[in-house]
Design a protein around this ligand. Structure first.
Ligand code: WT7
Length: 668
């Protein structure tokens, strides 16, 4: 397991700036330890006190944690509440109706602001519209939207009436969308005519039409369409409704439906190592509680902060740290439609300067791409922009290389902003392991220590904790409020994927390798231990891509591995065996491009392999297992050092290596 091997220890440390150490939510390590001890001593009390104080309940809960059916756990039973009420109405009641909730910047730079009062009115109108369409408590609604105020309104409107939303990232293909619509059993879909990214109009409604025509979607009664561009689209009478017309005459108030604490707020699909994407089901109360607590702890949010998370609402980061966390915390946030490289790669820095962003949260892959751009074009180097409004920087989604961390700290944070490396997952609902800006000494490349209440540990393959300095599997020992509740429609898969019997059946297995520093106990994530790739912070299963490839009529067999990439973290390398003879020259190039596009239309452009190599068979052991390690070496252009004596056909290694030299699609 290469990802469990230890790495060179990193010893640079950065102390919390004095301003944070004084004013932060958790000021100093003593405060951090006090919180950890409180959770250790009285786990249920730790959570129940905060759940009671921080959330608005329609009916108070009577039980804190019910583990009688573990690993299926219930938090705050007996309580009822509404997510949208907690995110909006509460601020109106506290006199903050005039506070700006969202500052939306479109791809072309146009800016629209909307207050909490206005956002509340719009959420109510759409909630009423959804009711008019027959959407009821417990129904599922798929949201396939661009980054927009309307996308957030759609999520909040579902929550308001107790409908469970499932947001599908706008970059997914018709087939991926259809699979999710069918799996979640959606009764309605909310989309836009088109989305605009990097100066280009891209279809959304047309993809919805295609997905719904694939079959299995008869339950979808209505498609609500937000008019973003006015571009040409097809219309299905009786099914399609313009959002603007649906909401036009709706009242601007709508009672927020109190739901059970455990009511599924959303289902979000993510990739696993096997099979189809998993519908990660999150509940209402525990999820919201942690969204709010982490806004306060990890980001140290203050009332006059301007928060900006650059994620898309199609991913969990955009759920917790755009659609719910900042709103329940009553923050003002920037919401961005476009891409970091348009009109040029100074866009993020320009936006931070213009809006005076104080907390900035992005992915290492974006930083790496922007470093490259800044190095080649001095005009868009961050030093050209006034970034003095920033006080805290965050990263998420993948490991951040220490050198990239240093660049971010120096060039964006002016050496005064803590860089908070947040480790978490779709399944965890919010941050798990992350520094606290007023307490934790920062070490580049380490996500440092578990947040108070999170009992993270590193174990060996039989579930026994390993000493510091020794790598192992990252687990969480006790259930926490915002954790995944189940896989939608597949509880057995939930149990086997996250609570494997080999580890005793009661440890939450994150799926990542990790190691703790011998002296500080700090955690460093060493990467996935399963066949899950992380490309530009997007999680993808190798099996999904392999299945897409073998669905092509010319492909007999395929194996997919990840190889390190300077910008995207990992890049996808595909090894393909065709049903016909080995191609060469132009023919091979043409096939490579065809296969890449094929994967793009089967899954989505983010899954396109960076390189495709051809051979007459895949390297397998005599028992038929694909030797992925070997393929990884080839993909990395390394000499194959592993023992190949058990290989059926060693000559294919040559073929695949040579195939890379002559026909690699690198840079395509
Ligand atoms: C996987 C989860 C976290 C929300 C966005 C991605 C990797 C995530 C870090 C980090 C090292 C990280 C892990 C994890 N990951 N954050 N700070 N350092 N690795 O959510 O798509 O569910 O992916 O992303 O491998 O398991 P996701």
């Amino acid at each position: 397991m290469s990802s469990m091997e230890s790495k060179i220890p990193e010893h640079r440390a950065f102390h919390p700036p004095a301003s944070f150490a004084r004013n932060a939510e958790v000021a100093g390590m003593d405060a951090y330890h006090a919180l950890c001890n409180e959770a250790e001593r009285d786990y249920e009390g730790f959570w129940s006190r905060r759940a009671r104080d921080l959330l608005h309940w329609s009916k108070p809960f009577t039980t804190v944690l019910d583990e009688s059916d573990a690993p299926f756990c219930r938090w705050f039973d007996g309580g009822t509440l509404n997510a949208s009420y907690n995110c909006l109405d509460r601020h109106l009641k506290n006199g903050n109706a005039q506070k700006v909730a969202l500052i939306f910047e479109a791809d072309d730079g146009a800016v629209t602001q909307i207050t909490y009062g206005e956002l509340h009115a719009r959420v109510c109108q759409l909630a009423n519209g959804l009711k008019e369409l027959g959407v009821r408590l417990g129904d599922r609604v798929v949201i396939y939207m661009p980054m927009s105020i309307e996308g957030i309104v759609a999520m909040q409107a579902c929550a308001r009436i107790g409908a469970t939303h499932s947001v599908v990232f706008g970059g997914f293909s018709a087939k991926s969308l259809q699979e999710r619509v069918v799996d979640v059993g959606a009764v309605a879909l909310i989309t836009a005519d088109q989305q605009v990214r990097g100066g280009k109009n891209l279809p959304l409604k047309a993809i919805v039409d295609e997905a719904l025509a694939m079959g299995g979607c008869a339950a979808v009664r209505a498609v609500v369409v937000y008019r973003r561009t006015g571009g040409q689209i097809e219309w299905v009478e009786g099914r399609d409704r313009w959002m603007s017309e649906l909401v036009a005459n709706q009242p601007q108030s709508c009672d927020a439906e109190p739901v059970d604490a455990e009511h599924p707020l959303f289902v979000l699909y993510t990739s696993g190592s096997t099979g189809k994407p998993k519908g990660v089901q999150h509940c209402t109360a525990g999820y919201l509680l942690w969204a709010l607590m982490t806004m306060q702890w990890t980001f140290d949010l203050k009332p006059d902060d301007l928060f900006w998370c650059t994620a898309d609402i199609g991913w969990v980061t955009g759920h917790t740290y755009i659609a719910y966390g900042p709103l329940i915390a009553g923050a003002t946030q920037v919401v961005f439609e476009g891409v970091p490289s348009y009109p040029d790669s100074g866009r993020f820095w320009d936006m931070i300067a213009r809006h005076k962003v104080s907390i900035f949260y992005t992915a290492p892959t974006a930083i790496r791409a922007l470093i490259k751009a800044a190095e080649t074009n001095a005009d868009i180097h961050p030093k050209q922009y006034d970034l003095s409004s920033l006080r805290l920087l965050g990263t998420v989604g993948e490991p951040i290389n220490p050198e990239v961390w240093m660049w971010y700290h120096r060039n964006i944070g002016g050496e005064r902003c803590p860089v908070i490396d947040t480790f978490w997952q779709t399944e965890t609902g919010g941050h798990l392991i992350a520094p606290l800006p007023g307490a934790t000494d920062l070490v580049p490349g380490s996500c440092t220590l578990p947040l108070p209440g999170i009992q993270a540990a590193i174990v060996d393959e039989s579930g026994v904790e390993v000493p510091n300095g020794q790598g192992g599997l990252l687990v969480v020992k006790r259930p926490w409020p915002s954790m995944i509740r189940t896989i939608w429609g597949d509880p057995e898969r939930f149990r086997s994927a996250y609570f494997p019997a080999e580890l005793g059946g009661n440890l939450y297995l994150a799926g990542d390798g990790a190691i703790r520093d011998e002296f500080t106990g700090y955690f460093t994530i060493t990467g996935r231990i399963d066949d899950v790739l992380n490309v530009s912070g997007h999680r993808m299963g190798t099996m999904e891509i392999e299945s897409a490839l073998v669905a092509h009529p010319l492909v007999a067999e395929a194996a997919v591995v990840g190889r390190p990439d300077d910008v995207t973290g990992e890049a996808i390398s595909a090894f393909v065996v065709l049903k016909r003879s080995l191609p060469s020259g132009d023919e091979a190039l043409q096939l490579i491009s065809e296969l890449r596009n094929w994967v793009g239309s089967e899954i989505g452009p983010i899954a396109k392999p960076k390189e495709v190599r051809f051979g007459e068979s895949l390297p397998k052991t005599r028992s038929g297992k694909i030797m992925r390690r070997l393929l990884r070496s080839i993909a990395n252009g390394e000499e194959v050092k592993q023992d190949t004596s058990t290989l059926e056909n060693p000559a294919i290694l040559e073929q695949f290596s040579a195939s890379g030299d002559s026909t690699s699609s690198r840079g395509v």
